[in-house]
Design a protein around this ligand. Structure first.
Ligand code: DGY
Length: 339
């Protein structure tokens, strides 16, 4: 295909230094507003595009793909890809890629920041001082949860889970974890983080802090619900920087209201950007607007990696981070990437 015939659309602003690479391949257009691009508009825009750069806030559906017959590659600027109907993409011969590895530290930083903020009542304390309620030092003012020596349960010991384990070890915590897959990595993980692989039930029962790092899939949707909350310690604090749908949010609200757990730190929500109104009323819940990987460096690295994937796909090869793989005549699902 001639360069002038290739059309690339990005739902995110691409800085000039990266856009230059894409412009060597074809015509690049992008959405530069600060709000997610509406799907109807995106579908119209994509009608004669070969390549799409998008983020988790764009829901790429089967209907959309069938309305965009020229689409060859969807490069998600995100490690999670639950926003894309990968089965439909595969059937339509469209490659899907993600951005693993470049956001592990930023995401784990946020997970740990939420853990500290809930445990040490940081947001509540800030509001207390700002509202002029503080009368002076008092030894029992705003007592929180100790972190050193406590057990952190990591659900999903992939790359981000490991980055979380590194931070936890630095804070003198004991690490237990669950992960999918065989036992081949367990010896290294156990040794490196003085950690132990356990069942989900054991993790829920023994953890003082639980941090979720698994992708959202049909198997992990509502992984944490009423039964799981009832297995946790009453003093447990739950942190979620993975995907909102991994937790049954209505059951989380009940668990907090009934004091069946001690608090939660949430960067992601089941029905983003809607947040359950009751969650807003709890002082022991700290909320963030899906910003775990939002640092300048990490966002740039994610865009760079997504563009590398997109270029490889347009060149006719298999991109380094393909979720589904291309062969002679078709596209098949590859082993899913572990975030
Ligand atoms: C990711 O990369 O999955 C982050 O949640 C941003 O979408």
């Amino acid at each position: 295909m001639k360069k002038t015939e290739t059309k690339i659309f990005s739902t995110l602003a691409i800085p000039d230094e990266l856009a230059a690479d894409l412009r060597t391949l074809g015509n690049l257009e992008m959405w530069t507003e600060d709000v997610p691009m509406p799907n109807e508009q995106l579908t119209i825009q994509l009608k004669d595009c070969q390549a799409l750069l998008c983020s988790g806030s764009n829901r790429i559906t089967a209907e959309m793909m069938s309305a965009c017959p020229k689409l060859k590659v969807i490069a998600n600027v995100s490690v999670g890809y639950d926003n894309i109907d990968v089965d439909a993409a595969t059937k339509a011969g469209i490659l899907v890629t993600n951005t693993p590895g470049v956001l592990d530290n930023a995401t784990a930083d946020m997970a740990f920041a939420l853990l500290l903020a809930v445990a040490r009542r940081l947001v509540e304390a800030d509001q207390y001082v700002r509202s002029g309620q503080w009368q002076g030092f008092h030894p029992s003012l705003m007592l929180g949860h100790e972190i050193t020596g406590k057990v952190l349960g990591i659900v999903g010991m992939g790359r981000i889970g490991e980055a979380m384990a590194r931070r936890a070890r630095g804070f003198g915590m004991e690490v237990i974890y669950t992960r999918r897959g065989g036992q081949e990595k367990d010896e290294r993980l156990n040794e490196q983080y003085s950690a132990r692989r356990v069942s989900l039930g054991e993790l829920l029962k023994n953890s003082d802090f639980i941090s979720l790092h698994c992708p959202l899939s049909p198997t992990t949707r509502h992984l944490i619900g009423r039964v799981e909350f009832s297995q946790m310690k009453k003093t447990a604090i739950l942190i979620n920087t993975s995907r909102g749908g991994v937790i049954n949010e209505a059951e989380l609200v009940s668990a907090i209201a009934e004091k069946s757990i001690a608090g939660a730190g949430l960067d992601v929500f089941e029905f983003e950007p809607e947040v359950n109104a009751q969650l807003l009323t709890f002082s022991n819940v700290v909320l963030a607007p899906h910003i775990a990987s939002a640092t300048n460096d990490t966002r740039l690295a994610m865009k760079r990696l997504a563009i590398k994937n997109l270029i490889a796909a347009l060149d006719g090869g298999n991109p380094p981070n393909a979720i589904n793989k291309k062969n002679e005549s078709t596209v098949t699902i590859a082993v899913p990437a572990t975030p």
